[in-house]
Write a protein that binds this ligand. Structure first.
Ligand code: SAH
Length: 317
């Protein structure tokens, strides 16, 4: 028989207590509130009537956003201020809304998901972000809030009237955000070569990875791009491009989404091109209504081409 002295167990008790305590501290740090802490499902209004209800729906129910600072930022940046006008119906519903010029403000879940994907790469200070196809300015405002007063955010948009309106919306929300934002009228496909970026957000779909190469070149080591990729009227794939500290690029596809394309101004303003936020698509013989939701890729065979493109980019590193 082996006798265990209580004193022998003391180090074990101590280690267990420290482990439990550090688990609780970590959990408290990551949780937004008691619901998160205790993992309780919060009841959410499926038809949100306020920004706060909308973000709760995206966080607790749709599970689109987890990062605490992104959640706080989404609550701060009130979507209603970024819509085409004050009379738009149901401003807080989780759906894209027209903003004129054949463009839409993306659905809130898409803003939430894409910003959440960028969260880890947002530097504590002196960060630089690029928002391509800035449209309503919603994402530009979020990025400026997240980057803080030492950050810098460049918004590129090819419709000058949208830039004007987005600057007004941001001013109504919090005019200090404009101190760190610079809007540029131009073709977002090329990015803006004057700077290198920690994060790049594409609010419209880029045709292919090859076309995105210029943007990948503008990414800093350690940076991340989140972008929809695909030809204008197809499904697009939501891709995450990472550049590590040695400049090696890795690309991941997360699934299928539907955006408006990055295109020429003439093509976008052509009255025959309606915004494709919602479409009827044939999936396995069934008519399916598609919104900008992430759904499992029905026909994604991009993994091989992603690998090929990665090795092309990384061959001299
Ligand atoms: N994140 C924005 C998305 C707006 S929709 C939001 O939620 O409001 C996409 C935007 O891309 C539109 O405003 C459209 O005018 C713009 N766009 C399309 N092609 C472009 C291009 N080649 N260069 C710059 N902007 C472009």
């Amino acid at each position: 028989m082996v006798l265990i002295n209580d004193n022998d167990l003391k180090p074990l008790y101590f280690t267990m207590a420290v482990a439990a305590l550090s688990f609780l501290i970590k959990r408290a740090y990551q949780s937004t509130d008691v619901y998160d802490f205790f993992n309780i499902k919060k009841k959410c209004n499926p038809f949100p009537q306020s920004q706060s209800e909308l973000v709760d729906l995206l966080h607790y129910q749709k599970r689109m956003v987890f990062n605490k600072s992104i959640i706080e930022t989404l609550k701060y940046v009130d979507r209603k201020l970024f819509l085409e006008n004050e009379n738009v119906e149901n401003p807080y519903y989780d759906e894209p809304k027209p903003i004129g010029y054949n463009a839409t403000i993306s659905a809130p879940h898409m803003h939430a998901l894409m910003l959440d994907l960028l969260a880890d790469r947002i530097p504590m200070s002196n960060g630089v972000a690029l928002d391509i196809g800035s449209g309503s300015g919603y994402v530009t405002a979020c990025l400026a809030r997240l980057m803080g007063c030492t950050g810098r955010v460049i918004g590129v948009e090819h419709i000058p009237e949208l830039i004007e309106r987005s600057a007004e919306s941001i001013k109504r929300l919090d005019s200090t955000l404009l101190d760190t934002i610079q809007f540029l009228v131009g073709d977002g496909i090329k990015g803006w070569k004057e700077l290198k970026y920690d994060i790049i957000y594409l609010g419209a779909a880029i045709e292919s990875l090859q076309v995105a190469r210029e943007l990948i070149d503008q990414l800093k080591n350690g940076g991340r791009i989140v972008m929809p990729v695909g030809k204008s009227n197809d499904f697009h794939e939501l891709m995450v491009v990472d550049k590590n500290q040695d400049g090696i690029v890795s690309i991941k596809s997360l699934g299928v989404v539907r955006f408006i394309p990055l295109t020429s101004k003439e093509n976008q303003l052509n009255p025959q091109n309606i915004p494709n936020a919602t479409k009827v698509t044939n999936i396995n013989g069934e008519k399916t209504l598609i919104r900008c939701e992430v759904i499992p890729a029905p026909d994604s065979n991009s993994n091989n081409s992603i690998k090929e493109f990665e090795s092309l980019l990384n061959q001299n590193k």
